[in-house]
Design a protein around this ligand. Structure first.
Ligand SMILES: CC(C)(COP(=O)(O)OP(=O)(O)OC[C@H]1O[C@@H](n2cnc3c(N)ncnc32)[C@H](O)[C@@H]1OP(=O)(O)O)[C@@H](O)C(=O)NCCC(=O)NCCS
Length: 237
């Protein structure tokens, strides 16, 4: 955009360092809680560690989810893969506000991924969850971990979700009997879809037992060093 200056100026051009511009484009981090690692025994007897994604793991996650965009739409893995790809880049390039990323790992292999972001002190936005190994309710557990993070660690008041797939709707929308806000007055940031939500009261009254009912076990935060070490260097399945 161009407009004549209303006064005489001593410099006709003013330049900026990119370091001066970056604060306008990056989001300042709020006071986010650091998620603690936890573990859970799955129905086949294996132990899944859930911990934050390390920066060095993002390139292999990008390569992996990219494949879903190329291999097709079965179970909506393509659209969810594409959106996770963008969110991983958003995290790497610092173009997401207060993101958090979890992986589930079994014996050094990444079996699932879940992410979200803290919109403000009250509202936590669930972004995506993906199971790389099917049939063990890994995705169900990883989404639940996001709710624990929001309600117990961040002390947010609400989590907003939306669902692209029947499996996601079945697992968490129907599975947790989540209410939804009037549509289209309220829209989720993922494509303007319906907002399903859990708030603190509903979390405490109804959702806390979800993973126990689904998996038969609770998340356990007493994680031995041996399990952390076993899942220190992860590979994709
Ligand atoms: C949604 C999702 C995370 C749920 O993961 P999950 O809880 O681990 O559950 P799965 O998808 O593996 O399995 C769902 C059900 O179908 C069965 N199933 C489906 N495909 C299966 C497969 N290939 N092998 C074994 N079981 C399968 C499972 O046994 C399970 O049955 P259950 O409800 O009795 O446990 C996962 O389906 C996924 O990653 N989908 C693609 C991405 C997506 O849709 N994300 C959510 C966006 S809203």
């Amino acid at each position: 955009m161009y407009k004549e200056s209303p006064v005489e100026v001593s410099q006709k051009e003013i330049t900026f360092k990119v370091e001066e511009l970056e604060p306008f484009l990056s989001s300042p981090q709020l006071d986010m809680a650091t998620p603690q690692p936890c573990k859970i025994e799955l129905k086949d007897g294996s132990t899944m560690l859930i911990r934050e994604v390390k920066d060095k793991e993002i390139p292999m996650l990008l390569d992996y989810v990219k494949k879903f965009m190329e291999t097709g739409a079965k179970d909506f893995y393509d659209i969810v893969g594409a959106r996770i790809y963008a969110e991983l880049l958003g995290y790497l390039r610092n173009r997401l506000k207060d993101p958090y990323l979890f992986v589930g790992a079994i014996d050094g292999e990444i079996v699932g991924f879940a992410n979200g972001r803290v919109r403000d002190k009250d509202l936590n936005i669930s972004l995506h969850t993906m199971a790389f190994k099917r049939g063990l309710r890994i995705g169900a557990t990883l989404y639940y971990r996001k709710l624990v993070y929001a309600f117990e660690e961040q002390k947010n008041q609400e989590v907003w979700s939306t669902f692209e797939s029947y499996n996601g709707l079945k697992r968490w929308g129907i599975g947790m009997a989540q209410p939804s806000y009037p549509y289209p007055e309220y829209q989720h940031e993922l494509g303007g879809a319906r907002v399903f939500y859990v708030d603190q009261q509903y979390w405490n009254a109804a959702v806390k037992d979800y993973v126990k009912e689904m998996v038969g076990n609770e998340l356990d935060y007493d994680v031995e060093d041996e399990l952390l070490e076993k899942n220190e260097e992860l590979v994709m399945p």
